[in-house]
Ligand binder design. Structure first.
Ligand code: SIN
Ligand code: FE2
Length: 216
């Protein structure tokens, strides 16, 4: 079989297991790239990107926004979910249907049926932005997975284990790739290395990431 035969076909989805409970769904969201970016623009027109402060007083290099019933926020008093945007005092924008459906379908493909996210964090990385190794542990129910969608410039995602000292795998994530982790991997440490300077046709120098959670 020659490559030419399929030259006009988009890359086909493919699954790469990272460990028990964690999988990369390559190209899973690629067809919806443009629509997802439009939806991000709409959400962030009413809940603008902002760089939040950690409890320790650092300003995060990643700019964030949220949509859905709950939004994740951080400031000097700690990390938490809240139903309103602290910048505007308004409820977070409704989660777009295209987000909800993508999260549900990706979770199901990874073996987690019936995932209904009530929170979506939207991360925006400029060149040089990074996210240190951390656990997603502010949610009530760890039987629900995390679904993470990459858009724009590629980044190196690190996926470790249950201890901060566990050596992480380095995984290149390109636009349209989706990572799902749950079950025994639900509280595993993960992060993103400093974003390198690069260009993407739809996002310029930026990378966006959507993470879907069931917060409550
Ligand atoms: C996160 O862990 O919240 C972000 C992951 C990513 O940007 O890929
Ligand atoms: Fe995370």
């Amino acid at each position: 079989m020659t490559d030419d035969l399929f030259a006009d076909e988009p890359p086909q989805p493919r699954e790469e297991v990272l460990c028990r409970g964690a999988v990369v769904l390559r190209h899973f969201a690629l067809e919806q790239e443009a629509e997802l970016l439009e939806a991000i623009a709409e959400v962030t027109a009413s809940a603008p990107f902002r760089q939040m402060q950690t409890p320790g007083g650092y300003i995060m290099s990643v700019a964030m926004s949220c949509c859905g019933q709950w939004g994740w926020v951080t400031d000097r008093s700690g990390y938490r979910y809240q139903s309103t945007d602290p910048e505007t005092g308004q409820p977070w924008p409704t989660m777009p249907d295209i987000f909800r459906k993508l999260a549900r379908d990706a979770a199901e493909t990874a073996g987690f049926r019936g995932f209904e996210p009530d929170a979506c964090l939207i991360n925006r990385y400029e060149p040089g932005a990074k996210m240190g190794l951390h656990q997603d542990k502010d949610e009530d129910d760890f039987t629900r997975p995390i679904v993470s969608v990459s858009l724009g410039v590629p980044a190196t995602f690190q996926f470790g284990g249950s201890r901060r000292s566990d050596r992480p795998l380095n995984v290149m994530l390109a636009s349209g790739d989706v990572v799902v982790w749950g079950a025994e991997a639900r509280r595993f440490y993960h992060g993103v290395l400093r974003l390198k300077q690069a260009r993407h046709g739809l996002t310029g120098e930026l990378r966006y990431n959507l993470t879907f959670r069931r917060a409550r």
